[in-house]
Design a protein. Structure first.
Length: 223
């Protein structure tokens, strides 16, 4: 069972490539205390004014991680992807230091399996996930798409024609197609939670949830 971590806990980010730098920068924007490390001095200097703290060190060394206080962090992100050996070794070092939550980037399924086996709590596949998301978006059926581990999907789309102008209970979206309309966005108004009697208009956007197969089928209905 993954240990519950405070929402404001400082985060250790290892690796300042595109993925790691974006993660560290966004965490800083969210007012999280961040220590970002990389063995590349140029990257460390580039990000030194954009995140809370940056340090040049080689995270493959357990001693180096001990010296920067990695064991004091509750959350760490291993953003190293160019070297599978390095990412696995760094993850193993964090496990040895008993960091409670370790998020690790993987570049392949086999890489991810190794990371999970050495102790990563969360394995991330940013390239694969971005590719899947773009594929759904360029199909023209969806405006946004997020898939979760258990094949549960959230998608933003224009409503199929048959549900427009009718209450959701009347159109039978859930019973006929296995998806749930979670929210509705009308022009000029914020998203609102959908209810059984919510009426969707021609100008609305909807947020729907369900399995990937059911969402795809629903998104492909006549518009």
């Amino acid at each position: 069972m993954v240990e519950q971590i405070r929402s404001d806990a400082p985060v250790l980010v290892i690796g300042l490539g595109r993925f790691g730098a974006a993660c560290a920068g966004e965490l800083d924007r969210l007012d999280r205390d961040v220590l970002a490390i990389d063995d590349n001095l140029e990257l460390v200097q580039k990000w030194s004014e954009r995140v809370t703290h940056t340090v040049q060190t080689d995270a493959r060394s357990l001693e180096a991680l001990q010296q920067i206080g990695a064991a004091d962090f509750q959350v760490a992100v291993v953003a190293v992807g160019s070297s599978i050996e390095a990412s696995v070794l760094i993850t193993a070092n964090l496990v040895d230091l008993k960091v409670p939550q370790i998020w690790a980037k993987a570049v392949s399924q086999s890489h991810g399996k190794i990371l999970a086996r050495v102790g990563a709590n969360h394995v991330i596949y940013p390239e694969r996930e971005a590719g899947e998301r773009v594929a759904h978006l360029v199909s023209g059926r969806m405006l946004d798409f997020i898939r979760f581990d258990d094949d549960f999907v959230l998608a933003k789309m224009y409503p199929p024609r048959f549900i427009r102008g009718r209450g959701l209970n009347e159109s039978g979206v859930r019973s006929k197609y296995g998806v749930t309309v979670v929210g509705v966005k009308s022009p000029g108004k914020p998203f609102r939670y959908a209810e059984a009697n919510t009426v969707v208009t021609n100008h609305d956007l909807i947020i729907v949830s369900g399995t990937n197969q059911d969402i795809e089928r629903f998104a492909g209905l006549d518009r």
